[in-house]
Ligand binder design. Structure first.
Ligand code: C2O
Ligand code: CU
Ligand code: CU
Length: 493
């Protein structure tokens, strides 16, 4: 886990990160500003002074004045013995994100947080996505082990008015997955405006574990936003400075009424650039039970949860420890209070957190090691991987199916102190170490996204099994990936 100071540092530099591409795009556009002042980009490192500015219509929101909604579960069109079939429209919508106003959104079912798909390991899901918007889309199941033609390849777009059918075999352990847009160059704005939702895959082992379930199993999607005075969302690439309204399941600083019993919370960071560090009350104990790819081998007691963009963490909180009427605030280290739990009376609770959850799969013998260097290219001012920006016509990495590899990924951005977080499609990997130090237990389970601080080197191990074809890997600060910090691997037979 990052120390609070480490995170503060990351937070401010995460911010600074974003200034650079703005400067770069200005320079590219021939704007005189940077050039005329002879500005050395190093001066951009300075974080904005003072507290984060909450802008526009969000500035007048009273904290804890709205209830946190839980995204509805999508109902299948029909079920066959082995498959659930869904139909889902992506469309323009308008939603009361801020009390008393309406915000235009672009999302699954027309919602800012789309409907949750609940799937079971071993049971196939087929989703027919219809694009009812005016912009091309591509749907990616983040964390899913799926065939290449269902992975939401950036150029396999669904044009406005068209449909595409995605098939998810669900032959992987239960996990908190999510789906989001991946259309080439458009994904950052699409996700920002609402193309994100949960896909909760339940493992066959889960019923027996008796973790909190049903209404006590609550997905919580965290995003950030910059609102205009008319409550519309302002999108500007790499805008770290003004996206300061934190939305929790699409609401600013909501409250959530809980009974005095155990709850399972599935947190996902669906923001484009922000790193969250969550803690409850004044460091109340949380029990982490899962990371990106599913359950940990055993519960891990934590007092804070780190979430870089696209990461998921599941925790169990036992509210029976608190008296009825207790209010517990969930805070982010940088943004402050983001959610309040209002504890009600005790209820009977048959759930538990077993001391053994799910063993991790064995690590097969490593057959290959590769190096990746990620960072801002100082000549082009573009975010790149191994000095190159994404080119769909170029395969960057060819991997023989079945191979187990170590990827050594170095974040070169020490000059501006820019963190990145690295994501691979297709696989769940294991973090071996960060600068030679093995990860804490909370980060040692199945992962598909990993934070790499400035100057750090992270080693991961993955096995590329089952499917062949082209898959992406990229920084999941998607304002970075959509402007170039993305590459593709081809799995060959
Ligand atoms: Cu959520 Cu290509 O990723
Ligand atoms: Cu992904
Ligand atoms: Cu990045």
């Amino acid at each position: 886990m990052l120390s609070r100071r480490g995170l503060m540092k990351l937070g401010t530099v995460a911010g600074a990160a974003s200034l650079v591409p703005i400067a770069a795009s200005r320079a590219a556009l021939g704007a005189q500003n940077a050039v005329a002042t002879g500005a050395n980009p190093a001066h951009l490192h300075r974080p904005p002074a003072g507290a984060p500015v909450v802008t526009g219509a969000a500035a007048s929101v009273v904290p804890f004045s709205v209830a946190m909604p839980v995204p509805p579960t999508l109902q299948p069109l029909f079920r066959s013995p082995l498959t659930d079939f869904y139909l889902l429209d992506t469309k323009d919508g308008s939603e009361e994100l801020l009390p008393g106003t309406r915000t235009p959104v672009l999302g699954y079912g027309g919602s800012y947080i789309g409907p949750t798909i609940r799937a079971k390991s071993g049971r196939r899901v087929i989703v027919r996505h219809r694009n009812r918007t005016t912009t091309p889309t591509s749907v990616h199941l983040h964390g899913g082990h799926v065939p290449a033609n269902s992975d939401g390849y950036p150029l396999d777009v669904i044009n406005p008015g068209e449909c595409r059918t995605y098939e998810y075999p669900n032959r992987q352990p239960g996990a908190t997955l999510w789906y989001h847009d991946h259309a080439h160059h458009l994904e950052a704005e699409h996700v920002y405006r609402g193309m994100h939702a949960f896909y909760l895959l339940e493992g066959a082992d889960e019923a027996g574990l008796r973790l909190p379930s049903g209404e006590f199993d609550v997905p919580v999607m965290l995003t950030d936003a910059r609102f205009a005075d008319d409550a519309s969302l302002i999108f500007e690439s790499d805008d770290f400075r003004y996206r300061n309204t934190i939305l929790v399941n699409g609401r600013p600083q909501p409250y959530f009424k809980v009974a005095a019993r155990r709850y399972r919370f599935r947190f996902a960071n669906a923001s484009n650039l922000r790193i969250f560090q969550l803690s409850l009350g004044s460091g109340e104990p949380l029990t982490q039970i899962a990371s990106d790819g599913g359950l940990l081998p055993a519960p891990v007691p934590v007092t804070a949860v780190d979430l870089s963009p696209a990461e998921r963490v599941e925790v169990v909180v036992d509210f029976s420890r608190y008296a009825a009427g207790t209010q517990l605030v969930l805070s982010d280290t940088l943004a402050g209070p983001i959610l309040r739990f209002d504890v009600g009376g005790p209820v009977s609770d048959r759930s538990r957190v077993p001391s053994v959850l799910r063993p991790l799969p064995p690590l097969p013998a490593v057959m290959n090691t590769r190096q990746f260097a990620i960072g801002l290219d100082m000549t082009t001012f573009q975010f790149s991987i191994n000095g190159q920006t994404f080119d769909p016509s170029r395969v960057d990495t060819t991997i023989k199916r079945g191979t187990t590899e170590i990827w050594e990924i170095k974040n070169l951005d020490t000059a501006f102190g820019i963190p990145h977080d690295f994501h691979l499609h297709l696989v769940q990997f294991r973090v071996l170490d960060r600068d030679g130090v093995p990860p804490p237990a909370a980060e040692a389970g199945l992962k598909d996204t990993v934070l790499i601080g400035p100057g750090q080197t992270v080693r991961i191990q993955a096995t590329f099994s089952d499917f062949t074809g082209r898959y992406m890997y990229h920084c999941h600060m998607i304002d970075h990936s959509s402007t170039g910090m993305m590459a593709q691997m081809e799995i060959v037979p």
